[in-house]
Design a protein around this ligand. Sequence first.
Ligand code: COA
Length: 330
Amino acid sequence: MTRRAQVVAVGTALPERRLTNADLEKMVDTNDEWIVSRTGIRERRVVEPGTPLSALAAPAAEECLRKAGVSAADIDGIICATITGDHVMPATANLVQDRIGATKAWAYDIANACNGFVAALATASAFVSSGGADRILVIGGDVMSSVVDYTDRNTCILFGDGAGAVLVEAGEGDNGIRGFKLGSDGSFGKLLSIPCSGSAMRPSDEAVAAGAHFLKQEGREVFQHAVRRMSQVATQLLEKLNLKADAIDLLVPHQANRRIIEPTARRLGLPMDKVVINIANVANTTGGTIPLALASAEADGRLTTGTRVMLVAFGGGFAWGACYLTWGRG
Ligand code: COA
């Protein structure tokens, strides 16, 4: 029997508060028609200012464990993919570990921006398939409202807050993670960055006054790279696994822009009814997009035990990745 890393359940948490396009019209020079036609986004959820990521990550983890029928005390490890954790130290995964009572679990964060969830899943998969752990919670989430400049119409329309978690568990059936492909090109780091967020720039009054603690991006260039890399990495993974696109029941892409997702699907030769798009209501939650999209596909009946799923993401770094898996236990 082959020991596999199976993805057996997903849980999510979204803030109550909705920030609609109509709300943004009152804050910056934009309009609903522009935002919907250029991005597909109608509203995003945002936390009350000061609410940390762990306030979303912990309930998402708890919902995931409840659905999996697994106790927090039986978890071996927690990995949280985020760029807006509660603090740089302690890691948000540590705070979740305490909050949910995962007393024997190690815990750490992974910072890989919009590719963070795929990167964290790859790490968990390596642990579980090699016998290094039996159950790992993989959380992806961000409080993007804490790094978004709500006077900058180029960025503030795109992002929202939210978190999701999956349980990666050892199993010996046919289902499970079949492969990954990850990539990066750090030469493009400056095109999508938060300049004042680490040792390169200290949070001086000048830095904050200049808005250097907010997310900056060259939207058009990021857009072009995203379309190319997402379709390329998914194609490369199919080739590596010796599969064709018809082996994909469901494409679950990072939700950055509907106009990035549609050409990605087209280039893979997938009809849109095989693609999960939930960006209209939640926008880009960075580390949270893929687990939130998995949960929405489960809710509409498209994700069930045995569904063959391709996850694909692209984001700051630049960093990108794809994962092919068959959902559930068994
Ligand atoms: N409302 C109205 N007009 C806006 C606007 C807004 N919110 N934001 C930008 N515009 C304007 C621009 O100023 C520009 O005006 P100009 O032609 O007079 O200069 C015009 O709309 C077109 O801007 P452009 O940047 O070419 O639009 P776009 O079609 O590329 O869409 C993004 C902009 C940001 C939505 C798009 O580039 C994108 O999604 N990029 C990827 C971003 C991303 O995913 N980042 C996260 C990491 S994965």
